[in-house]
Design a protein around this ligand. Sequence first.
Ligand SMILES: *Cc1c(COP(=O)(O)O)cnc(C)c1O
Length: 330
Amino acid sequence: MMRKRLALGHLPTPIQRPRRLAEALGVDLYVKRDDMTGGAEAGNKIRKLEYLLAAAREEGADCVITCGGLQSNHARATALLGASLGMRAVLFLRAADVAAGATLAGNVLLDRLAGAEIRLISPEAYKGRDAVMAEAAAEIRAAGGRPYVIPEGGSNGLGALGYVRAMEEIRKQLDVGLAGGKPFDVIVHACGSGGTAAGAALGAARYDVAGEVRAMAVCEDRATFARIALQIMEEARALEPGLGAPAHLVIDDTAKGPAYAVSTPEQRSRLIQVARLSGLILDPVYTGKAFSGLWDMAERGELSGKRVLFLHTGGLPGLLAQGSSFTDVV
Ligand SMILES: *Cc1c(COP(=O)(O)O)cnc(C)c1O
């Protein structure tokens, strides 16, 4: 049975070849512009929300509850798309200093413009986020509301189907002549909650889009994301039994930097070089780290002779909230 899906994204997104950047790295580089899936709501989360919000609608939800880091792109996309569908959004956002409140910048500004209710929670409380959201849902239900809970990053089996469809979309782009129609050798992307990796790995195999998916972790470690991705892939297969074995999924945690949302000076400097060589804007939390990992692979000679697709997953508001971390390098 095909799952219901809302048409929320501006699809298909283009696949581009940034020539000067490709030459500088010595890589046969293609970029899938999933940072262009929409306007202010753009990024990879729309593809997952096409399925998740369809399910919320089907259940008659009038409110969506989700969670993430303070500058969560997923929470922002949920808030904006929720507003467009007439669903209130309640966002549990992780903050080191809950008492300090949330500065109206970047994603938080967009969340508030969309009318989302922000509830800050400490990193300790965030560990129990699923229980916290279930409790909030029970309270809203008791007050007569109809809430729908979306997990962190929209990363469950249903959300991951969005990236199975993204791979189907790329197959169609290959079929009409892109890159001679041949599959890519490797897809590289940023991994923060595992749903994109899981969906891309399943879809890349199902639609013969790439032999390998390399998920660059931006936090946690290899083992953690390997376990999470496996779980999500199992869920996705239960929802869409036609999905077979995934493409080779490599979780690479060598570019995660000092901490979630904290990048190294080298990563920031590469983000700037990418902008100047291609006009592509990466962000310091996700895509900047993932691309820096790709850059390292190129320097080690691991990408020579390979056709590489970088999946640009968005994240611009997170960059705009971190302007002050660039004063040393711009
Ligand atoms: C959420 C996010 C990711 C990571 O995707 P997951 O499916 O959560 O692993 C990558 N890039 C950006 C910009 C994101 O917002």
